[in-house]
Design a protein around this ligand. Structure first.
Ligand code: AP5
Length: 217
């Protein structure tokens, strides 16, 4: 099964995907996480992506599709895949379709997470991430036990550079301009699209998300 988690920055795609992937042993493929890892490792891709990410723009489609193709090659055909933050343009959606067809797979469903902009801005202003293990906290909703320290691995938590107010506002615009059109793309193309109200507690959102994915299986 291949499921796409679609929704604006800060809506909770990563939080929900990590939880379902742990529970169901699915592969969680987050292009944002892969790009940040490439930056930390100092690869060519990481250097090319940096400027786009810091300014809230999308990284070019060709780089993203190359990254996803390479990553998918390491995932077995029986493993369920949860795409988080990918695809983000119609070119990426058609590219994904091609890559999946080559390996006899398809997009089985799309889950659209929705919340008002005010909630997204508050969540992103309070987000703290662990660069070592990827755990995500929030100073307003889900703080770590000890300030600025990861409960899971003891790493030092960071406020992502692209979570600054100016960049968040650009990321929300970019979502509306380039990614929101995927809602009608998937509705008219290949996969059932289910909506989940994400302006509720993490547990409430997860209950709905899990049930929607259960229906896609
Ligand atoms: P990426 O890392 O994918 O960022 P994003 O899509 O903007 O999503 P976020 O990670 O900001 O939010 P999320 O929905 O995962 O929310 P989270 O669970 O963390 O991309 C970053 C950049 O990389 C892009 O701007 C672009 O430059 C580039 N990029 C990546 N993919 C690309 C692609 N395919 N094409 C081109 N460029 C690409 O939650 C947010 C916060 O809220 C956390 O603090 C969390 O604890 C909290 N929270 C979550 N759920 C709840 C809840 N229910 N109640 C209260 N708080 C909650």
């Amino acid at each position: 099964m291949v499921v796409i988690l679609l929704g604006p920055p800060g809506v909770g795609k990563g939080t929900q995907a990590v939880r379902l992937a742990e529970e169901s042993h699915a592969a969680h493929v987050s292009t944002g996480d892969l790009l940040r890892a490439a930056r930390r490792d100092g690869t060519d891709l990481g250097r090319q992506a940096q400027e786009f990410m810091d300014s809230g723009e999308l990284v070019p489609d060709a780089l993203i599709l190359g990254l996803v193709r390479e990553h998918l090659a390491g995932i077995g055909p029986e493993t369920d895949v949860l795409f988080d933050g990918f695809p983000r343009t119609t070119a990426q959606a058609t590219g994904l379709s091609d890559v999946l067809t080559e390996v006899g797979r398809q997009v089985d469903g799309v889950v659209l997470f929705e919340a008002p902009d005010e909630a997204l801005i508050k969540r992103l202003s309070g987000r703290r991430s662990c660069p070592d293990c990827g755990a995500v906290y929030n100073v307003h909703f889900n703080p770590s036990g000890v300030d600025d320290t990861c409960d899971r691995c003891g790493g030092s938590l960071v406020h992502r550079a692209d979570d600054s107010p100016e960049t968040v506002s650009r990321r929300l615009e970019v979502y509306q301009e380039q990614t929101a059109p995927l809602v009608s793309y998937y509705a008219s193309h290949e996969a059932p699209l289910e909506r989940v109200r994400a302006d509720r507690s993490v547990d409430e959102v997860y209950t709905d998300f899990r049930s929607v994915v259960g229906g896609i299986r």
